[in-house]
Design a protein around this ligand. Structure first.
Ligand SMILES: [Cu+2]
Length: 396
């Protein structure tokens, strides 16, 4: 029954985390979302301004590759689609799934678990009602003294066992697939939880790193600072720098944290992985379709836990490679421009994988105890909301 309970909790939780679309002052934003907005590609949105000059140059230098995810004015090219990769108002079902594991899990939930749960509930309800009515005092004045019935005792022992066994087979298979190590040609992304934003590294792509901070609403930022528009995504889910990942290629997700436990979760990918300081967790998934997918930190991590969203922009492999180059990264092999690396990537836990974790550990081992580091992180979080060239955006 644990499996059933977990599934029910999952079903309820997927949308419970959905932020409400209506916010104080949202009417103003809804009626005139873009008016007066600084161009997202302005200095605030793109402090180094790398992408904008490249867009205007007819023959950019080889090093200055245009960011394929941004328009020439710096605004995001891919726009969020309602009901895809994000919660929907008043929705009951799980979010639409865009990974094979997610599709399998959703089908398992909807076509096996839910019918079983409903059938058991109805059966119990029927039996209760039958007993209450059939054996009430008026209809059954002389109660039976029966205390054992071998046949029915065998049935009510065996039936639940069979039901649980039938559920366990697909359930354990799904669980195993979720934590199957990624193949050698997987694209590795390391997500690092910080109070209260996410930073990312692409260790196989020349050390490309990205820091993603939630975009505030228009009425929450000072004049001239970047704020969320509908093109960025829903309130509380839009970030200043999206994570770009290739479609159709296995992704190896590695998580860790610099301060407290966070959790990297994208409901549409069926991924939720704790990010624990001093430790690497790993899972893998393959994104089916290009699109914009949103998630949130899913481990209560502090005062601004609700304000560290995750936005993944899934693009074709060629576009992903171009994005890597636009970020100053290098592709694993020049001849593999249209395909990910086939090089053997060290697994976490292997000797060579220590270098991968070094960056995350360095941040938390910077000489201050975790408690102090937590407090020191507060100012950087403010700057890291995407404005004013905060710590998180310096290298973007
Ligand atoms: Cu968190």
């Amino acid at each position: 029954m644990l499996v059933l309970a977990a599934a029910a909790a999952l079903a309820g939780g997927a949308h419970a985390a959905a932020p409400k679309a209506v916010t104080p002052g949202s009417g103003e934003v809804a009626t005139a979302p873009q008016a007066g907005a600084p161009p997202p590609g302005s200095a605030a949105a793109n402090p180094t301004g790398q992408a904008a000059p490249a867009a205007t140059a007819d023959a950019p230098a080889p090093a200055a590759v245009q960011d394929p995810t941004l328009n020439s004015d710096g605004s995001p090219r891919m726009i969020a689609v309602p009901h895809v990769g994000q919660p929907s108002d008043r929705a009951v079902d799980l979010q639409a799934q865009f990974t094979p594991n997610g599709q399998e899990a959703k089908a398992f939930h909807n076509h096996i678990l839910m019918p079983v749960i409903v059938a058991i509930s109805l059966l119990v309800l029927f039996l209760l009602a039958y007993v209450v009515i059939r054996f009430r005092e008026k209809a059954n004045p002389v109660p039976s003294k029966t205390s054992h019935n071998t046949a029915i005792e065998i049935i009510w022992t065996a039936a639940p066992v069979l039901i649980l066994a039938a559920i366990a087979v697909p359930s354990i298979g799904l669980l195993a697939r979720q934590f199957k190590p990624a193949p050698d040609n997987a694209v590795t992304i390391k997500a690092i939880g910080n109070q209260w934003f996410w930073s990312y590294e692409y260790p196989d792509y020349g050390g490309v790193s990205v820091t993603a901070n939630m975009l505030k609403e228009r009425n929450e930022v000072a004049a001239g600072q970047r704020y969320r528009t509908d093109a960025d995504g829903p309130r509380l889910l839009a970030v200043d720098n999206r994570i770009v990942l290739p479609v159709g290629v296995p992704i190896r997700l590695i998580t860790t944290a610099t301060d407290v436990i966070h959790s990297w979760a994208i409901p549409a990918f069926w991924v939720k992985l704790d990010a624990v300081p001093g430790r690497l967790n790993e899972t893998s998934f393959t994104i089916d379709k290009p699109g914009l997918y949103f998630g949130q930190c899913s481990e209560l991590c502090g005062a601004r836990h609700a304000y560290m969203p995750i936005a993944v922009e899934a693009v074709p492999v060629a576009q992903f490679n171009q994005w890597i180059q636009a970020k100053g990264g290098t592709l694993p092999g020049a001849a593999e421009a249209a395909a990910p690396s086939n090089a053997v990537i060290p697994q976490p836990g292997a000797d060579t994988a220590d270098a991968t974790s070094a960056a995350g550990n360095t941040a938390s081992d910077a000489g201050t105890p975790v408690v102090n580091a937590t407090e020191a992180a507060s100012p950087s979080t403010q700057r890291a909301t995407g404005n004013g060239g905060g710590v998180g955006n310096v290298d973007q």
